[in-house]
Design a protein. Structure first.
Length: 301
């Protein structure tokens, strides 16, 4: 249901971490010196597992595991602070976003109450502004919260529930999946209204910003398609939709992510409800399609 690229170096099967409740999501903690640490969201708590120990089961530190099960399986959202030790996760049933510093030995959690803004559907940290988190809700709100100064900004609600949020590597753009509203893009310097709106024929399930080129973004829909957009074309006569991957229908795409290293620029990985995982490069596929079209034209002659 969720997929992220690793560093592409020395891939190997290491170990299995056992947990007493279902695992909903997992993300690497990228702070220097924390290699092998992984944040894991369970149906009733959050844990940190050490994956570097090959001789026995890795150590797992459970956060507040004695409290009643209230995180719930509806919202598996989890985000780790870039080059930091804070973990943000959504708590669907009581409409809060919790932030836990896993370097702190205590189980103290800072909570952000969403109130009438709705239940959190997705949460992510900023890439450059690492003290900011971005949250979208089922009532169509976008929340920008500064964890250091406590400042919070609620962006006016859309007409449909927000499903996914992504922030560009430069922290210049906020991209949101707005269900049937399509994809909405804000400039972080002025969030009064979106700077771009990309319509989709079916509800959008996930968005992902390219970690190398901030102008590129991917969106997925319930009909199994992945669309690639170029924000630099949004204000020009040229259509901003530059590529569509049709490989997943009729399954719904559950997640999409870009390769973070320059060795594979523009390469994506996506998963769907049928259990399939696709890895592809739109540039390569477009070149192959163009070559096939040229070959077909030659055959006609």
């Amino acid at each position: 249901a969720d997929v992220k690229y690793g560093n592409g170096q020395g891939l190997e099967y290491r170990s299995i971490v056992g947990f007493p409740s279902p695992v909903l999501n997992a993300k690497y903690i990228n702070k220097s010196g924390s290699s092998g640490l992984c944040a894991v969201k369970l149906s009733d708590s959050v844990a940190v597992a050490d994956l570097t120990n090959k001789t026995r089961l890795p150590h797992a530190t459970q956060l507040d595991s004695k409290r009643p099960k209230h995180i719930g399986t509806k919202s598996p959202s989890l985000s780790c602070q870039p080059e930091g030790t804070q973990i943000a996760f959504s708590e669907y049933t009581d409409s809060t976003v919790a932030v836990w510093d896993c370097a702190d030995q205590s189980t103290k959690v800072n909570k952000i109450q969403m109130g009438a803004c709705g239940k959190p559907e997705d949460v992510t940290f900023g890439e450059i502004d690492k003290g900011n988190i971005y949250v979208v809700t089922d009532n169509g709100y976008l929340l920008i919260a500064d964890l250091r100064g406590g400042k919070r900004e609620f962006v006016a609600p859309m007409s449909m529930p927000m499903k996914s949020v992504s922030v560009s590597k430069s922290s210049e753009y906020i991209v949101c999946a707005g269900g049937r509203d399509g994809v909405l893009v804000w400039d972080t310097r002025c969030t009064r209204s979106p700077i771009a709106h990309f319509d989709h024929s079916l509800p959008v399930t996930k968005v992902s910003s390219n970690p190398i080129d901030p102008a590129l973004l991917a969106s997925t829909t319930t009909d199994g398609r992945t669309h690639i957009w170029d924000l630099s074309l949004a204000a020009t006569p040229q259509p901003p939709l530059i590529f569509t991957h049709h490989g997943h229908p009729p399954a719904t795409v559950t997640d999409v992510t870009w390769a973070p290293h320059e060795m594979y620029p523009g390469t994506l990985c996506s998963t769907d409800t049928s259990g399939a995982l696709h890895m592809y490069s739109p540039a390569v596929m477009a070149a192959e399609e163009e070559e096939s079209a040229d070959r077909a034209e030659i055959l006609k002659r």
